[in-house]
Design a protein around this ligand. Structure first.
Ligand SMILES: Nc1ncnc2c1ncn2[C@@H]1O[C@H](COP(=O)(O)OP(=O)(O)OP(=O)(O)O)[C@@H](O)[C@H]1O
Ligand SMILES: [Mg+2]
Length: 315
């Protein structure tokens, strides 16, 4: 996808203090059009606080946040028109049905006449709520409430979506469906910032992630980039047909290899170097005459990365 020069979402040296609590401490990152950025961090890390600032519901103590280049402090109206915020709680609306609920938010966004009924039909169809239009909200399951909340966020067709823990409390099928909806919205060109505690889920749906703890952005990038930043060495596992012993000796003479462990036909070791260096190492093994059956680098999961990056501090 073509990356435009003005980021659709930009946090610039954002700070938010509540008394002595530094809830958001110098956070900066950018998200471009059509990208999904995963915001992960433990309870109290500052995710909701920074998302609320971006959604113009709170003001930073210092710094600024921008949507399509418009400042959340100086241009909140322009920001609001472009942005939909899905909070991590669902307000109680006991005596309205799904249609009335969405209609209320459509009116609040100034949609009238045909434009409003078209927006309602579009959102009902996208969220799969068509058959539940007349169902009272109090009778909805958690999964359906989340769909309705997403629907309300989409009613004015915003270019930017801020989703605070949208998968919380959903069963596995509902999570997969949510992931598919988020993927579809990104494919339509929407820019999405999504927070979650469900780390593996973010790995699959996000182009990039940011790991935040105690208000600080500890790491940002693709999961693989963050993993590379965290550890200099990658774990490599090689399976060789005959000659595993000889391969371990050969590897033992190299400076970029350590922690060699022989395991039957397998040789496991730590390799210091970028991916290109790994490719070169494999080439050299083959040239040296070793019959390599398998060559694999340990895939670090987002959970591994999260545990490496965060320290479990709370505030
Ligand atoms: N209105 C407020 N007044 C005082 N402190 C606040 C306020 N809002 C947030 N905080 C504090 O700011 C810090 C960050 O809170 P925030 O809700 O942004 O975290 P979070 O990452 O969203 O956590 P969670 O995963 O639990 O939702 C916490 O220490 C919290 O207690
Ligand atoms: Mg939160």
């Amino acid at each position: 996808m073509q990356i435009s020069t003005t980021p659709t979402i930009e946090l610039h040296r954002l700070h938010r203090l509540f008394g002595s609590t530094h809830a958001v401490n110098d956070i900066s990152f950018e998200v471009h059009r059509g990208q999904v950025y995963g915001y992960i961090g433990p309870n109290g890390a500052g995710k909701t606080t920074s998302m609320r600032i971006l959604s113009t519901l709170d003001l930073p103590t210092y710094g600024d946040a921008f949507v399509d280049g418009f400042s959340c402090i100086n241009d909140p109206d322009r920001v609001r028109r472009r942005l939909g915020f899905m909070p991590d709680y669902f307000g109680t609306y006991a005596n309205v049905n799904c249609w009335e609920y969405l209609d209320f938010f459509a009116r609040a966004h100034g949609l009238v006449g045909r434009e409003r009924s078209q927006a309602l039909r579009r959102v009902m169809a996208f969220t799969g709520l068509n058959l539940l239009a007349e169902k009272p909200i109090r009778g909805l399951s958690k999964g359906m409430k989340q769909r309705l909340c997403l629907g309300r966020t989409l009613i004015h067709d915003p270019a930017v979506l801020i989703l605070d823990e949208p998968a919380a409390g959903l069963d596995p099928r509902a999570r997969i469906e949510l992931r598919e909806m988020i993927g579809q919205l990104a494919a339509d060109g929407k820019t999405i910032l999504v927070s979650s505690h469900i780390l593996t889920e973010l790995a699959e749906m996000c182009d990039r992630v940011g790991i935040i703890e105690q208000g600080r952005l500890l790491a940002t990038g693709t999961v693989e980039e963050i993993q590379r930043q965290q550890s200099q060495a990658s774990e490599v596992r090689v399976r060789v047909l005959g000659g595993a012993q000889a391969l371990s000796q050969w590897l033992g003479a190299r400076e970029d290899v350590e922690k060699i462990v022989l395991d039957g036909e397998y040789v496991n070791f730590a390799h210091a170097g970028v991916r290109e260096a790994e490719v070169e190492l494999l080439r050299e093994m083959v040239v040296a005459g070793f019959a390599i059956l398998e060559f694999g680098t340990h895939q670090t999961t987002l959970e591994d990365v999260f545990l490496q990056v965060t320290r479990g501090y709370v505030q």
